[in-house]
Design a protein around this ligand. Sequence first.
Ligand SMILES: NC(=O)c1ccc[n+]([C@@H]2O[C@H](COP(=O)([O-])OP(=O)(O)OC[C@H]3O[C@@H](n4cnc5c(N)ncnc54)[C@H](OP(=O)(O)O)[C@@H]3O)[C@@H](O)[C@H]2O)c1
Length: 265
Amino acid sequence: MPKLGLGTWRMLGEDCTRIALQALELGYRHLDTATAYDNEAAVGKALAQTDIPREQLHVTTKVWWDKLEPQAMRQSLDASRKALGDDCLDLFLIHWPGNTAQGWSLERSIETLVALREEGKARQIGVANFNVAQLTRAVVEMGAPLSVLQVEYHVLLGQQALLDFTRQRGMVLTAYTPLARGQGAETETVQRIAKKHGVLPSQVALGWVLEQDGVAAIPKSNSAVNQQSNLDALKVKLDDEDRAAIAALRKDVRIVNPDFAPVWD
Ligand SMILES: NC(=O)c1ccc[n+]([C@@H]2O[C@H](COP(=O)([O-])OP(=O)(O)OC[C@H]3O[C@@H](n4cnc5c(N)ncnc54)[C@H](OP(=O)(O)O)[C@@H]3O)[C@@H](O)[C@H]2O)c1
C-alpha cells in the first residue's frame, strides 16, 4: 500500500471523479473511500477513466458499523465491488466497531471479514477506529490476519499504544485526518521547523507522520496545489531536534469523535 493516499470524505459525484483523476495524474496511487462517503461509484469512474493500470493502484473501502452482521457485511462488500468496478478489493475495513449493547459481536464480524478475504473478495482486510482491547481480541485471540488499522493520527494526537501494537504485529497504521484539518500547521513549533527547512508548515505536519515506520497517511484535498504539496511532504527530512519539538506538543486533540466511538486508549 503506498504510504500516501488521497482521502475522499466529503467529495461527491462528478467533483469527486475529477478530483480523484487529478490526484492520479499528479502521482497518487492510493485512494481512500467508504460506503458511508457515498462516493464509491464516483471513485469507480475515476478508476475506469484513468490510463494507469489497475494493478498499480490501491483502493481502500469500508463497511459502516450498522452493516456488521455476516449477511449485511457480505452485501455491503458486494455493493462496494460493483461501485468500484473491482472483482477483488485491495483493502476492506470495518469503519467503526459496532455497539455491544445493541448485540454487536466483534468475533462474528471478524470471522466474516476473514472469510471474505479467504473467498478472494478482498486482498487485504483491516479495521478502523478499534482500540487496543478490540484489536487484541481480533488479532491475538482470534488470529485474524488484519493488515491495517486506520485511526486518527497527527502531530496533536498521540497514538503510542496503537502504534506499539501495529508495529509488533507487522500491521500498517493508516493516519486519517493527518493534517488535523490544518491545526497541526498552525502551531508555532511546526511553523518554526518549516521555516528552518524552507518548506510549508503543512508539509512538516504531514512529513512527520509519513516518515514513521509502519505508518501511512490519507490527507484529503480538493486542490491540485495542496495535493502536490502533500505529495512533496514525502521528501521532507526532519532531524532529531524537530522530532523532539513535535513530541513535546500537546497530544490530546481528537477531531473525529462521534457518539458511537469506542472508549479510546
Ligand atoms: N476511518 C475513519 O473513521 C475516518 C475518519 C475521518 C477521515 N477519514 C479519512 O481521512 C481523510 C482525511 O481526513 P480529513 O479530511 O478529516 O482531514 P485532513 O486530511 O487532516 O484535512 C483536510 C483539510 O485540510 C486541507 N488541506 C489538505 N492539504 C492541505 C495543504 N497542503 N495545505 C493546506 N490545507 C490543506 C483540505 O482543504 P482543501 O481540500 O482545500 O485542500 C481540508 O480542508 C478523509 O477524507 C477520509 O478519507 C477516515
